[in-house]
Design a protein around this ligand. Structure first.
Ligand SMILES: Cc1cc2nc3c(=O)[nH]c(=O)nc-3n(C[C@H](O)[C@H](O)[C@H](O)COP(=O)(O)O)c2cc1C
Ligand code: FES
Length: 642
């Protein structure tokens, strides 16, 4: 491939690609993101290749492997263009039918369509599926259209237009001015305005200047950054190069965790290809601007996502944070001015430059502009990656996009912001999700984790779980974080074991405030969030655990028991057969009894007892009734039979 040496050549090349692509030509795309890959999408890909050959469609139909579409729980996902017919959970054995019916005869394979779990209605096209219909996928949308390994695909969706515009029509200061005017805030956690940070790095004395992509993404359950990097690496590179030009940097690092092998593979490929095309390296697009990138693989410590730790880790030192100021903008990598942004922040840049600041800023709320990608997981019908404009009500994300809570259960809370975020209870379900509104209710945007919890969730157990994670991940350098988290975790564990004491809540609050005020980095500063927000909204649950030794959600095993109501048991043997601990005694005509010594409180008996009997009860805060004597079990049964 020849180098592209000017914007005119880029435009010519792009037009050439588009003119060779017939918009009416059928194409079949298959998601090959990590989640779909885990659901055997590679086998589906082989089946597609074989079937196109077998049915003589190879020349008439394009086949493309794409990045993540977002609706990962329904993968592997196949979309057929130009109609955008969407098939979910496709298996290799479905491919002959898809080929002969849809690709050849333009007929739909009904059984592979999305079915709304509440209405039972089917959706043929991707745009009709409620999960997609209620999103605005400005940054993530191209993932489903392009092959992440193909620069031609990226160019065909207006790729590298923004870079050409920035390099040839804008001075670096103008680019910074545009990013400032758009009010783009960093998507990695703190929501700091990107333009202000860029300006600080540009104006800081010292050479060379460095730029960094933060793709550490340590939040459990979050995978927005991975999916962008895997599915649209050229977009990140384009934004990154524009940023480097604006800041005056010629050397960039992409810090990506080692556990993201596909992201590493795709971004390394993208760098190589972009260099070949003259879109990276020396004299980019003939502009005279040079920019080189190295990929650094992180070893997977959560604290290495924190910018000062990340930079130390890049230098080959232990990934421990340091106090700020000085901020990386003035003293960063090897003590030189450095600008570090999150993957999603960089991926917003081409869009922002193409659309212009005013158009970008027309989406979102007064102080949070643009869209945000969330990882919606937990007790919600549609899990996956969701991109919505800033300011969308939380209720819409959970109910319209997420499809509500499964099995008719009640909403209890949403945890936002990853492990050090807070929980949002039902009374705040209508908040408009942006940086500032989330912080008003005691939580954070973080990098976009959203875990939905239903009525069966114990909030003390949730706080304990996150504190356990944060305690493990604390680097241990500063006392308030290291000891504060450990002590809070100890008290929470005690409470969930029924050993909570009067005054524990107050100690937790004091410890949380101390860690928040005195920790060195934001890991320790934000670690109390799960504790403080659950105390704020679910204090009654803490009191029930401490005073009544009762877990209202029936989760804390030391505080609950299962009991079979002899009046309701019909000796159907269902629970007895399913109990994994063999803790249930009884027989076909004998009322069942749980041996409390053997019971592991797994809840299987409660789950499997038929609805028409509902004989298994969960108890908490009350004594377990003594088992009825052996003789009485038969007698009751016999009298029922008469
Ligand atoms: C414990 C901890 C972990 C973090 N992990 C990440 C991460 O995985 N990715 C990320 O972009 N930012 C992470 N951050 C935020 C970074 O320190 C930094 O603010 C961010 O990379 C700046 O980019 P942005 O302005 O584009 O958000 C983390 C912060 C803390 C305190
Ligand atoms: S990986 Fe396929 S939809 Fe996410």
């Amino acid at each position: 491939m020849p180098r592209i040496n000017s914007p005119a050549e880029l435009e010519g090349f792009r037009k050439d690609i588009i003119s060779k692509r017939d918009p009416n030509k059928r194409s079949i795309t298959l998601c090959s993101g990590t989640a779909c890959h885990a659901s055997q999408s590679e086998k589906v890909a082989s089946a597609i290749e074989q079937e196109l050959e077998k049915q003589g469609l190879k020349a008439d139909v394009d086949f493309r492997r794409t990045g993540c579409h977002g609706f990962c729980e329904k993968g592997p996902i196949v979309v057929i263009y130009p109609e955008e017919i969407c098939y979910l959970q496709v298996k290799p054995e479905d491919i002959p039918e898809i080929t002969s019916l849809t690709l050849k005869e333009k007929k739909v394979v009904d059984r592979l369509l999305y079915v709304d779990p509440t209405t039972g209605e089917k959706a043929t096209y991707e745009s009709e599926i409620p999960f997609y219909k209620n999103q605005e996928r400005l940054v993530f949308g191209n993932n489903r259209k392009i092959d992440p390994k193909s620069i031609e695909d990226y160019l065909a969706v207006d790729g590298y237009q923004a870079l050409a515009k920035a390099l040839f029509k804008m001075k670096p200061e103008q680019v910074i001015g545009e990013v400032k005017a758009a009010h783009l805030r960093g998507r990695g956690g703190a929501g700091f305005p990107a333009g202000i940070k860029w300006e600080a790095a540009r104006n800081a004395p010292g050479e060379p200047k460095y730029v960094v992509v933060n793709c550490d993404e340590g939040d459990p359950g979050a995978y927005m950054d991975r999916s962008i990097m895997e599915g649209n690496p050229f977009c990140v590179l384009e934004g990154f190069t524009i940023g480097a030009y604006a800041i005056g940097s010629h050397e960039g690092y992409i810090y990506v965790r080692q556990e993201y092998p596909l992201a590493v593979e795709n971004v390394m490929n993208a760098i190589k290809v972009a260099e070949e095309y003259g879109l990276m390296g020396k004299n980019i697009l003939g502009s005279g601007f040079d920019f080189n990138i190295k990929v650094h693989r992180g070893a997977g410590a959560f604290v290495c996502g924190e910018e000062t730790s990340l930079l130390r880790s890049l230098e080959g030192k232990p990934g421990e944070p340091r106090a700020r100021p000085p901020f990386p903008a003035t003293r960063g990598l090897w003590d030189k001015p450095t600008n570090i942004n999150n993957v999603e922040t960089w991926a917003n840049i081409p869009l922002l430059i193409n659309k212009g600041a005013a158009s970008f800023a027309s989406i979102g709320t007064e102080k949070s502009k643009g869209t945000k990608i969330f990882s919606l997981v937990g007790k919600v019908n549609n899990t996956g990656l969701v991109e919505v404009p800033m300011g969308v009500p939380l209720r819409d994300i959970v109910y319209k996009v997420g499809g509500g809570i499964p099995r008719g259960k009640k909403y209890k809370a949403v945890q936002t912001g990853g492990p050090s975020g807070g929980c949002i209870p039902e009374q705040h379900l209508d908040i408009k999700v942006d940086f500032d509104e989330l912080s008003k209710v005691g939580t954070i945007m973080g990098s976009g984790g959203m875990i939905v919890m239903d009525e069966d969730t114990c909030m003390i157990d949730v706080a304990r779980y996150f504190l356990n994670f944060l305690g493990d991940e604390s680097c241990g350098k500063c006392v308030p974080c290291r000891e504060g988290i450990r002590q809070m975790h100890k008290i929470l564990s005690r409470i969930t074991k029924g050993k909570g004491r009067e005054g524990d809540i107050e100690i937790l609050e004091a410890l949380g405030e101390a860690a928040r005020d005195a920790s060195l980095c934001a890991l320790g500063k934000s670690a109390p969030n799960p504790v403080l927000s659950t105390i704020r909204y679910f204090r009654d649950e803490y009191e029930a655990h401490i005073r009544e030794k009762r877990c209202p959600a029936f989760v804390c095993k030391d505080l609950i028991a299962y009991h079979i109501d002899p009046e309701k048991c019909q000796a159907c043997m269902t629970c007895l057969r399913k109990c994994p601990a063999q803790a249930i005694a009884g027989g076909k005509k004998q009322i069942h009894v749980i041996d409390q010594e053997k019971c592991t409180k797994c809840g299987t008996c409660f789950e499997v007892c038929p609805d028409k009997f509902r004989a298994v009860r969960r108890l908490s805060g009350v004594p377990v009734p003594p088992p009825i004597p052996e003789e009485a079990r038969m007698i009751v049964r016999k009298s029922k039979q008469k």
